[in-house]
Design a protein around this ligand. Structure first.
Ligand SMILES: *Cc1c(COP(=O)(O)O)cnc(C)c1O
Length: 373
């Protein structure tokens, strides 16, 4: 079979001032981690989320590590996370020497199930990291109530959810801290990069200190603590600012791609379902994801191979943390197991056109219909 074209799953669209701003860095020599683009990117991102403080950093993983360090999470401590997430969420806890305590997800949003959190809280629990998976936000109300009752911090891992909303409130502004990733496949990108948002000035100051090797802000080259070099460069921030200026376009384009899939696919609910958008939520559609019903007898991985031979790149949903060696646990996470085994992400990017979307849906429906029990 001859493949005429390949439709990628994801990829950045750099259609704003990105190039102009990067050239400005090169022309002026401001290529390292000081410079106006770092400051402006932080300022504009704080405005976008409606928070007081935003801190750029090297990537979305250290964006999680820094607040955990600032909260002094260490050996013996526990942090509650969903098992159904990308591994960075768990790793950041592990970097502190603490233990990630896993919680199963809800069948509808695929996010951490708030009803299963309290049974996992012990006297060692310091906080909760929630993950707005694939761009669908977590319903934050119940989470914040549990946290308040047990005196825990809440970090929103919004690496996949820039601009998603919970009852009209933008993610990253609801918990104590929000963290974002600007990896190449995320909603907006800086190549590699991350951002931390918070309204807590003391925490922001502490994270800023730790981000810059722990250098005393009032005495250069004096260090009271062991810090990290977790900074972002001015060149990355230049790209980020260009992307952020166009974020409404990026989010709008993703929503129109998602709507197009919904229009073409929702009538096939006997074959598969899409990750839904709850009525209190605004999905940011990092990835449109589908879940195969039992009636489709083909294996998820087999289906991905068939689509690959049609030139359509897809991706399995994340493997839950408890299935993998570093975080292995005998499964008591049936919902995550089920969704992970039968779900896939389908192309969601800013360059898809109607012809691509028709082609993807046609092939998807064809392969599923051909393999009914
Ligand atoms: C991408 C991602 C991260 C990590 O971001 P990097 O920039 O790749 O380090 C963290 N959490 C989630 C949920 C992610 O999807």
């Amino acid at each position: 079979m001859k493949v005429v074209k390949r439709i990628p799953l994801a990829g950045p669209v750099l259609n704003g001032n990105e190039k102009k701003y990067v050239m400005d860095c090169l022309d002026t020599g401001w290529i390292s981690s000081n410079g106006k683009y770092v400051n402006e990117f932080e300022q504009k991102f704080a405005e976008f989320c409606g928070v007081e403080h935003a801190l750029t950093c090297a990537n979305g993983t250290v964006a999680l590590h820094l607040p955990l360090l600032a909260y002094e999470v260490g050996p013996g401590d526990e942090v509650i996370i969903p098992t159904f997430t990308y591994i960075a969420t768990a790793n950041a806890v592990k970097y502190c020497g603490a233990t990630p305590v896993l919680v199963d997800c809800e069948p509808d949003t695929w996010n951490i199930n708030p009803n299963l959190i309290e049974e996992k809280i012990t006297e060692k629990t310091k906080g909760i990291i929630v993950v707005h998976l694939y761009g669908h936000p977590v319903e934050m109300g119940p989470i914040m109530e549990i946290a308040k009752k047990h005196n825990l911090f809440v970090i929103e891992d919004a690496a996949e959810a820039h601009g998603a909303e919970v009852n009209g409130k933008v993610v990253g502004s609801i918990g104590d801290v929000g963290t974002f990733s600007f990896f190449g496949n995320k909603i907006i990108s800086t190549g590699e990069g991350g951002m931390i948002t918070t309204n807590n000035k003391q925490l922001a100051d502490k994270m800023r200190l730790l981000r810059g090797q722990g250098m005393d802000p009032d005495k250069r080259y004096w260090f009271n603590v062991v810090g990290y070099n977790y900074r972002m460069t001015n060149m990355q921030a230049a790209i980020g600012l260009g992307q952020l200026e166009n974020i409404d376009w990026h989010l709008g384009k993703r929503r129109s791609v998602a709507n197009s899939y919904i229009n073409k696919l929702s009538q096939y609910s006997e074959l598969f379902t899409l990750q839904p958008e709850m009525d209190w939520a605004k999905h940011s559609y990092w990835m449109v994801s589908i879940l195969l019903k039992d009636i489709v007898k083909i294996d998820r991985d087999e289906l991905m191979k068939l689509l690959e031979s049609d030139g359509i790149e897809t991706r399995p949903l994340f493997y839950p943390m408890h299935q993998m060696p570093p975080y292995y646990e005998e499964s008591t996470f049936p919902v995550s197991d089920q969704i992970s085994a039968r779900g896939l992400n389908i192309p969601t990017n800013g360059v898809l056109n109607e012809e691509d979307l028709n082609y993807i849906c046609e092939k998807l429906i064809f392969h599923c219909k051909n393999n009914i029990r």
